[in-house]
Design a protein around this ligand. Structure first.
Ligand code: MP5
Length: 207
């Protein structure tokens, strides 16, 4: 099994994760400001958890993936600073409670810390690839959101996602059958959680 096959196998779910009215609103500039702000605050909390998840993955990574994951971690830390700046500009408080949908996604990542590396690297690739496709689909984006579209559409980010895909293929290539199967189930879970995350941002529910 290769990473690409997972994309093909779950095409409908993947489409739900990467195309959403939230993103259409970003593209056209019709997204309610509240929805964007909700997404911004919740995504900051998600990235904070993502940093811990990735640090744990690095600790277990084969030698060949260490540089890639260290680079990713360093970018993530910078991204947190960028979120803080963006939130400050908009007067948003980042000390919010995670929305239940966000908490579910973070819980899923936390549980992967005690699973095989192949499952973890598959999840990381899937969630980064989801953002690459989602934000690229919103390009060029309304002026007020353009910086965000560009952030996850940069060629450097695409390159990172491609390197992660190679890491997934290598990990799947050497994992025992049971771990490969688990990685195969992790992929659609990420796709569902990504779709739910957009839904949460757009629909809100409890703050
Ligand atoms: C990413 C993200 C991409 N920020 N938020 C969600 C819900 N999924 C994926 O991760 P990164 O580390 O910000 O590129």
């Amino acid at each position: 099994m290769k990473a690409r096959e997972l994309l093909e196998r779950h095409r409908d779910l993947w489409s739900g994760a990467t195309r959403h009215p939230f993103l259409e609103g970003v593209r056209r500039g019709t997204l309610p400001r509240k929805a964007f702000e909700r997404w911004l605050v919740q995504d900051y909390l998600f990235v904070l958890e993502g940093l811990k998840f990735q640090a744990n993955l690095l600790a277990r990574a084969p030698r060949r993936d260490q540089r890639l994951l260290i680079g990713g971690l360093s970018d993530l830390e910078e991204e947190l600073g960028w979120f803080e700046e963006q939130a400050g500009r908009r007067g948003l408080d980042l000390h919010a409670r995670p929305h239940p949908i966000n908490a579910a996604y973070c819980g899923f990542l936390a549980r992967l810390k005690s699973e095989a590396y192949a499952a973890g690297i598959t999840a990381l690739w899937a969630l980064e690839r989801a953002y690459l496709e989602a934000w690229r689909g919103a390009a060029p984006g309304a002026p007020e959101y353009r910086e965000f579209v560009e952030h996850w559409s940069m060629p450097e980010f695409e390159e990172y996602v491609l390197r992660l895909e190679e890491a997934v293929d290598a990990a799947l290539g050497e994992a025992p059958e049971e771990e490969r199967a688990r990685a195969g189930r992790v992929f659609p879970e990420v796709a569902r959680l990504e779709r739910d995350f957009w839904e949460m941002a757009l629909e809100g529910g409890e703050e």
